[in-house]
Write a protein that binds this ligand. Sequence first.
Ligand SMILES: [Zn+2]
Length: 369
Amino acid sequence: MLNFICTNLIPLLGVLVLVSPLTVFAQESSDNESPILFHDSHFHLTNYVQEGPDIRDFLQIMGDEVGRSMVCGIPLQQQWMHASTGDFAPTYYTQTDAPLYYYSFTDAIIAHAYLRLTPEERDRFDPMITGFNPTDMYAADHIRRVLATFPGVFSGIGEFSIHKEFVSSKIAGEVATVENKALDRILDFAAEVGLPVVLHCDVDTPFPKPNQDPYIVTKLRELARRHRDTVIIWAHLGLGRVVRPVEDQLGMVERGFRDPESKNVHFDISWDEAAKYLVGSPEAIEKSAAIINRFPERFLFGTDCVAPKTRDDYLQVYKLYAPLFAKLTPEAKQMLLRGNYERIFDEARRRVRQWEAGNLNKNPYVISK
Ligand SMILES: [Zn+2]
């Protein structure tokens, strides 16, 4: 996603980001006496055609300023349909009318990349399982099979998508929905193993009619209540390229937080497309900062960068959020950028390893019903 935006926006943003990034980092670092600026709670090593940097090159891109990163592939593969685009090879879903399909091998690619690292290097990553079809009652069995095939590797599941503008309608087969029993089965299994779930689900449909109720919000609330023991990280606060904040969006989020039954729900503020709303005006910055300051344990920072080629590509979203970070309390900023990641993923590593030790029998390919 970011690559696509970068190619379009970088000429404009470049004018605004003439201040040396290193100057910005030096100031940030002295603020909190650590060279680590953030842990990345939302990162894709591969793109929509399963290509991306070598994980060791990505470590170089992270440098000393990025501590840890969740790492996932993309669960969908964009088909190169010659009848549609001829010799033009699309790498992004908006570049062709050809369908997307679920690509399970992405999990093997991520596990293989991780296993090539030294133990010290592995400690900086939390690999995630994404390569399943969330409408398939067997999806949970895929997740179990991946854990069995690559024990000691994975920390969670996602990012996977339910409602996503321009994407959901391009996937061949049954369309994913929040009420699908297969999704319940996935979230039940995640709770059993201790896998946090990074879920993309747009908060509304693109171009809604005025005063149209965002029906997805109600269904998501019910989903979170049905799965109180599952740690859910709702990606991008449900925002998208054209899915914009519904009326009273932050008020809605706040009402959700006040529900004592919703303690399992977190939000990540990843993706430049979410940043364009959250830091889009002085008023938006004030409102976004206020809610993060009030509920600092519920928000995580992520880049949502896809297969970055350069350090500048990778750090673009972090830089976009500078005006928001400036309005946070020191405690809220620390939790957003690092503390919540450590709390959620340290616990995930502990629980998943414990589950693997007790549950992976000699034949991991037995189907569980
Ligand atoms: Zn993403």
